[in-house]
Design a protein around this ligand. Structure first.
Ligand SMILES: Nc1ncnc2c1ncn2[C@@H]1O[C@H](COP(=O)(O)OP(=O)(O)OP(=O)(O)O)[C@@H](O)[C@H]1O
Ligand SMILES: [Mg+2]
Length: 646
């Protein structure tokens, strides 16, 4: 799985999750805010409807109060002439437009009714009249009119009030199928004579059953001309008890939905407990956002309900539009952030791709390959670091190649010179032995003068010198037998230095031993290794003709024994450093050095699986470093492994 895929997947998941969570919460919040808003509006509408209802009652009261002040009415009452009262009431009835008007005596008995012959009945039981009698001023309110009372007020009112119940599943169960009572808004107004004494009560009102003018007027007041798809948004209903007696909610056939009843839930909240109820509800045939409040009679009993409802569909439509816009914005933002994410990914991962390409080139052997680019920030730092690393690796490889080339060259050189030297040495060795033997014998002769003796000594000395050189050549060619034994290198060093210390040339040299403890054993040919140490220490001595310090140290490093021979002599020139291991390279005057010491030592160490390296600074000194493989699991004093002969 690529980094890109992982990063993209994680980021996309985070974005999608966050956005869907955001949308979910925001939509829920929007929905609840919206519902609250609409609900508040319905509540306001209900308040307006209540005010309009109240205004209607006040109007009736105002009209009756006007009529009660009519002097003719008072005169007629004082004369108590029923034949005159009847036409007067008819007049009031006609001009006011109220459904019923009656004149009561101060005890609450009916003196006369407009358009009805019925009189003499006692209305003091009517809660409105009751209050009018107790408190002689204008009293208004909503009252329930019984079947008989309606019949007394007129046939037409009784018919209007009669409802055959329409059965609906949500309504409260009831046994009756027909309702005969009516509900009216009415006012009772005292009629006073000139002295202010109450002569009679004027009682008038409107039956609300099937009186659609009132609900339509309220609707016009509260929801001025609000329509949705050809339907009124706002609806108003008046309930008598739980019965819909006047409404502008229509059924599917367009008829007003009267005769149906309130749902049980609302009944309980409003009729039983006298509270208000507001919530979305399914009314008749559609969803409305509704609000209900109780209608009280003058005695404080709940006798009906006033309802306003707003068709939910248009608001839902609004909400859906808002939601759609919101979702579109979120979607847009999501798409935009995904595009940004892909671009950012591209930007971040492009350098990674460069690095990968570069690494593959390096693996393929192209050490010159570099990342090259330097993007800002950590990526830039990383690219720079990788380039530096590649550069360092390339340099090291170049050095290694060079060193290997040198090594190979040197080994080849040694091998060819060795073969040549071996051949020559063999040829020279035999005659030389003869020369020496005869020269020795001649020296023992008795009759020899001093001059001859001295010449013979010279011959012997010079021949010995030649023999040494030949021996050196034979050593170099490794013609001499070679026996390896495990031994303590410190012991060998001490012995060598003791040997040297006695020499004249070392008298002005300060010698320091720095030998490590518990060194592992090394498996070497004693004579040969001693020769190496002698070669190095003699070279050091020869480099310090004016005196100095010779330090020989031993340690162990990575499982190898390391011996360092350091002098404070003249040092080796840079241009000679590459040549000193070559056979016959010497800077010493003719007759002084053969230039074989270092190449022989190099060869010996190589044969022991060891190395010889040099570090030098002209005027300061030189250090030769020998490394030899340690005999495994063996320190000084341990069990020596079996000797080996090469
Ligand atoms: N410790 C040293 N300080 C300075 N120069 C050195 C040192 N060791 C070696 N050299 C240089 O390296 C050359 C080669 O040394 P090498 O021992 O092979 O030959 P040599 O000393 O000249 O002759 P010989 O065969 O007698 O040892 C020397 O001539 C000298 O110039
Ligand atoms: Mg030497």
């Amino acid at each position: 799985m690529s980094i890109r895929f992982k990063m993209t997947t994680i980021a996309v998941a985070v974005i999608l999750l966050a956005n869907s969570l955001l949308s979910f919460l925001a939509l829920r919040y929007l929905g609840s805010v919206w519902l609250g808003e609409v609900q508040t509006r319905v509540q306001r509408n209900l308040n307006s409807a209540h005010a309009a209802y109240q205004k209607h009652v006040e109007l009736i009261a105002a009209f009756l109060a006007g009529a009660a002040r009519d002097r003719t009415l008072i005169d007629v009452i004082q004369r108590s002439d029923p034949t005159e009262v009847g036409p007067l009431l008819d007049d009031i009835h006609r001009s006011s437009g109220v459904d019923f008007v009656a004149l009561l005596d101060p005890a609450g008995r009916v003196i006369c009714r407009a358009h009805s012959e019925q009189r003499g009945d006692d209305l003091s039981g009517d809660p409105l009249v009751g209050r009018g009698l107790r408190d002689p001023q204008v009293v208004t309110g909503t009252v329930i009119l019984s079947r008989d009372r309606l019949a007394a007020e007129g046939r037409e009112l009784a018919d209007r009030a009669r409802f055959e119940l329409v059965l609906t599943p949500a309504a409260r169960p009831t046994k009756d199928t027909v309702r005969f009572e009516g509900m009216a808004v009415a006012a009772v107004v005292p009629v006073r004579d000139a002295q202010g004494r109450i002569q009679a009560l004027l009682y008038g009102g409107n039956l609300l059953n099937r009186r659609y003018g009132l609900v339509d007027a309220i609707k016009r007041d509260v929801f001025p001309r609000e329509m949705y798809r050809g339907r009124d948004i706002g609806t108003v209903t008046i309930f008598q008890g739980d019965l819909r007696i006047s409404t502008n909610v229509t059924m599917d056939d367009g008829a007003r939905a009267v005769g149906t009843r309130l749902s049980d839930t609302v009944c309980e909240a409003v009729l039983d407990r006298g509270g208000t109820w507001a919530a979305p509800a399914f009314v008749v045939n559609d969803w409305y956002i509704t609000a209900y409040e109780p209608i009280f009679d003058p005695a404080g009993r709940v006798i009906g309900v006033l309802y306003v409802g707003l068709l939910q569909a248009p608001f839902l439509h609004q909400l859906n539009v808002i939601n759609a816009v919101f979702l579109a914005i979120v979607l847009g933002a999501t798409v935009a952030s995904l595009i940004l994410l892909f671009m950012a990914n591209e930007l971040v991962l492009a350098p990674v791709r460069h690095v990968v390409v570069m690494a593959q080139k390096v693996i393929g052997g192209d050490m010159s390959a570099r990342v090259g680019i330097r993007p800002p920030g950590e990526m830039g730092v990383l690219c720079r670091a990788i380039d530096s690393m590649a550069h360092a690796v390339a340099e090291r490889e170049e050095l290694l190649k060079y060193a290997t080339r040198q090594q190979i060259g040197r080994s080849e050189q040694l091998a060819s010179v060795g073969r040549l030297a071996a051949g020559v040495a063999h040829e020279i060795n035999n005659p030389l032995t003869g020369v020496l033997a005869f020269a020795d014998m001649m020296r023992d002769k008795e009759n020899m003068d001093e001059q001859d003796r001295q010449d013979l000594e010279l011959i012997i000395r010079e021949t010995k010198r030649v023999r040494d050189i030949v021996r050196g050549l034979l050593d170099f060619a490794r013609e001499t037998p070679f026996v390896q034994k495990p031994m303590d290198i410190n012991e060998l060093i001490r012995q060598t230095l003791r040997l040297l210390g006695k020499r004249e040339a070392f008298q002005h040299i300060y010698m320091v031993e720095d030998l490590g403890d518990n060194l592992p054993l090394v498996s070497v040919d004693r004579n040969q290794l001693q020769q190496v140490l002698l070669n190095l220490t003699l070279n050091a001595c020869e480099a310090m003709l004016d005196g100095g310090t010779l330090m020989v140290g031993s340690t162990t490093e990575n499982g190898r024994v390391v011996v360092k021979v350091t002098d404070t002599g003249c040092g080796i020139k840079r241009e000679h450093l590459d040549q000193i291991f070559e056979p016959f390279f010497t800077t010493k005057p003719v007759g002084k050095g053969t230039g074989l010491g270092l190449s022989v030592s190099y060869g010996i160490l190589q044969q022991h699986g060891g190395t010889l390296e040099v570090e030098s600074e002209v005027g300061k000194g030189t250090t030769f470093t020998i490394t030899l493989p340690a005999v495994p699991n063996n320190v000084v004093g341990g069990e020596p492994p079996a000797a080996r002969t090469a």
